[in-house]
Design a protein around this ligand. Structure first.
Ligand code: COA
Length: 321
């Protein structure tokens, strides 16, 4: 990982503001989720606009130009349009003329799935440098009359530049899993082929995310622990070897439960959820960029990344920085 970058729109949505929109309170939201603020994109912002800002920062950090990128993978479940891909818009806006570009939808696991895909493409010789981005404008698929979900989600993007490297450095492993049987725990029914856009979708807010919060919570804890242990066992390393654990930022209680079960001290778990809420595919790369900025890891350190999301999908990666 030779470059990291993140971007979140400046506009905020606070718990106090949410109190005026639905029957909730700052104390309930803080106690049950740990979220204080979310960033919200202005209307008509494209997901690729957020991805562009994060990508520019990651490329500047890597010290390379867009023309050196061979592969662009964007993890998102809130694309600019159904087609073409957000990655193609990003390629155009960046002027990364040499790159081939594709989107990958694994909801909140979108970044780890994209990282795994780009890593495999580089290993297969399909390019030497990849731009891997997680970007979302979840505010466009959030029902601001549903207190169960509207308190959770925010907008943002994070980007990583991957480059060929010797074995034993960079991405050491990726482990991915899905269970489509549990799709009904988190989904947004409208706007696809089953319920194409039309009056039914608009009237019933079917474009927005629906979630069975409690069951999702339990699955998130179990699966993120399992897949994190899978990464450690595969690489024959102990949790004490991990300098920093960067889990998907969905709920403080989920993060605490996962950290406790893994036996990692709070000081080695990265949390920025209070300022962004759940940004889905953007959460892990935003965390990476912020953690580096805060000096939370150094070159050569071992990082453990883990995610969980709709699908269901979950995954982990072990990375030597
Ligand atoms: N403000 C006040 N009360 C609320 C509320 C809100 N924003 N949202 C729900 N409640 C109420 C519920 O209506 C329920 O009331 P009832 O007991 O009278 O029926 C009560 O609080 C408890 O609801 P429950 O859903 O059991 O709460 P919870 O402790 O599970 O917290 C979530 C709800 C959504 C915060 C939590 O389940 C969660 O974070 N789940 C996982 C979310 C997630 O990770 N999603 C994405 C995965 S990528």
């Amino acid at each position: 990982m030779i470059g990291l970058g993140m971007y979140a729109p400046p506009k905020t949505l606070t718990n106090d503001e949410l109190e005026k929109m639905v029957d909730t309170s700052d104390s309930w939201i803080m106690e049950r989720t740990g979220i204080k603020l979310r960033r919200i994109a202005e209307p008509r912002t494209a997901c690729s606009d957020l991805c562009l800002e994060a990508s520019k920062r990651a490329l500047a950090d890597a010290g390379i130009s867009p023309s050196e990128i061979d592969i662009i993978v964007v993890g998102t479940c809130t694309p600019d349009m159904p087609l073409p891909s957000t990655a193609c818009f990003l390629q155009m806006k960046l002027g990364a003329g040499r790159a081939y570009a594709l989107d990958l939808n694994a909801a909140c696991s979108g970044f780890l799935y994209s990282l795994s895909a780009a890593d495999a493409m580089i290993r297969a010789g399909r390019g030497k440098k990849a731009l891997v981005v997680g970007g979302e404008i979840l505010s466009t698929v959030t029902d601001y009359t549903d207190r169960n979900t509207c308190i959770l989600f925010g907008d943002g993007a994070g980007a990583v530049v991957l480059s060929e490297c010797p074995d034993g450095e960079g991405v050491l492993s990726c482990h991915l899993h899905s269970d489509g049987n549990l799709w009904e725990l988190i989904y947004a029914p409208g706007g696809g082929t089953v319920h194409p856009y039309g009056p039914e979708v608009a009237e019933n807010r079917m474009h927005a995310i629906r979630m069975a919060g409690n069951e999702t919570f339990k699955q998130a804890v179990t699966r993120m622990v399992e897949v994190s242990l899978e990464a450690l066992q595969h690489n024959r390393v102990d949790i004490s070897d991990v300098a920093l654990f960067l889990p998907h930022q969905a709920n403080m209680r989920i993060i605490n439960a996962v950290g406790k079960r893994l036996g990692i001290s709070e000081g080695r778990v990265f949390v920025n959820l209070e300022r962004y809420g759940n940004t889905s595919a953007a959460s892990v790369p935003i965390a990476l960029a912020e953690a580096r900025e805060q000096g939370r890891f150094a070159k050569g350190d071992l990082l453990l990344l883990a995610s969980f999301g709709a699908g269901l999908t979950w995954g982990s990666a072990l990375v030597r920085m």
